[in-house]
Design a protein around this ligand. Structure first.
Ligand code: ATP
Ligand SMILES: Cc1cn([C@H]2C[C@H](O)[C@@H](COP(=O)(O)O)O2)c(=O)[nH]c1=O
Length: 221
């Protein structure tokens, strides 16, 4: 059975970039790795509806914190069989965003903290009711929100297909989300967390997170 590793962080933190570098490091060590990004745009109707809502379509859907969270959660519910299959065929399944994204953004939108009702609602909905796999370790890429916002803005300037959505343009939401993430990591929400900064060395992180072969491929933090 493979190890389920998740990268979390605010928009523009550099999750996608870090994920690619971790995969390269693990593949150099001959590990079998699969990378999946949530939301699963273009392969999940729920993910596509959520993206469209965040760009102003579907009436007042985006205004409803809970409707948005349900769309993101349904994307994962229908991905769960593929996640289990991927875990049975790989040493590592690396996810770019997962359940903690829903917990952090939902709580932040409702101005709650990591120990509030929204986070508990997401935990019960996704892990208990939908039965999505629980991660072995969650990495929080903890980047100052101003730096993350600059990166998201410059990515938008370079690539017209990456225009910022409603969440990405809301600096206050990004700050609150960052704070909730900090609380989730401190509470080891769901599983163990590793908090890393913007200057993390991906090769060292890859080695730290997946110690092999001495511990049989189990995760350490
Ligand atoms: N370590 C880094 N140093 C400099 N620039 C970086 C670094 N990591 C990422 N970037 C740049 O910042 C921008 C955002 O990075 P990336 O797409 O990896 O972030 P993300 O967290 O996956 O964003 P989102 O959640 O919004 O999809 C990209 O233009 C990327 O090239
Ligand atoms: C998976 C997931 C995402 N979100 C939020 C986070 C982002 O602001 C947007 C879109 O994600 P992307 O990484 O920028 O493509 O949605 C969320 O609130 N809940 C989730 O489960």
């Amino acid at each position: 059975m493979g190890t389920l590793i998740v990268i979390e962080g605010v928009d523009g933190a550099g999750k996608n970039t870090l994920a690619r570098r971790l995969v390269s490091a693990w593949e150099r060590d001959d590990l079998e790795v699969t990378r999946i990004g949530f939301p699963r745009y273009d392969s999940s109707v729920h993910a596509d509806l959520a993206a469209e809502a965040l760009r102003g379509e579907h009436g007042d859907t985006a205004q409803s914190v809970h409707a948005m969270a349900l769309l993101f959660a349904l994307d994962r519910k229908y991905a769960a069989p593929d996640l289990r299959k991927a875990l049975s065929h790989n040493d590592i399944v690396l996810l770019d965003r997962y359940v903690a994204s829903n917990a952090a953004y939902t709580a932040a939108r409702l101005e709650q903290s990591a120990d509030g009702e929204a986070v508990e609602w997401i935990r019960a909905l996704e892990f208990e009711r939908f039965g999505v796999p629980v991660p072995d370790v969650q990495i929080l890429l903890d980047v100052p929100v101003d730096l993350a916002a600059e990166r998201a803005a410059s990515r938008e300037a370079d690539d017209a297909s990456r225009t910022r959505d409603a969440y990405e343009r809301d600096g206050s939401l990004q700050s609150r989300t960052s704070a909730v993430y900090g609380g989730l990591a401190a509470a080891e929400w769901g599983s163990s967390w590793e908090v890393v900064g913007p200057d993390v060395d991906p090769d060292r992180l890859a080695a730290d997170i997946f110690n092999q072969p001495s511990d049989g491929g189990k995760v350490t933090t």
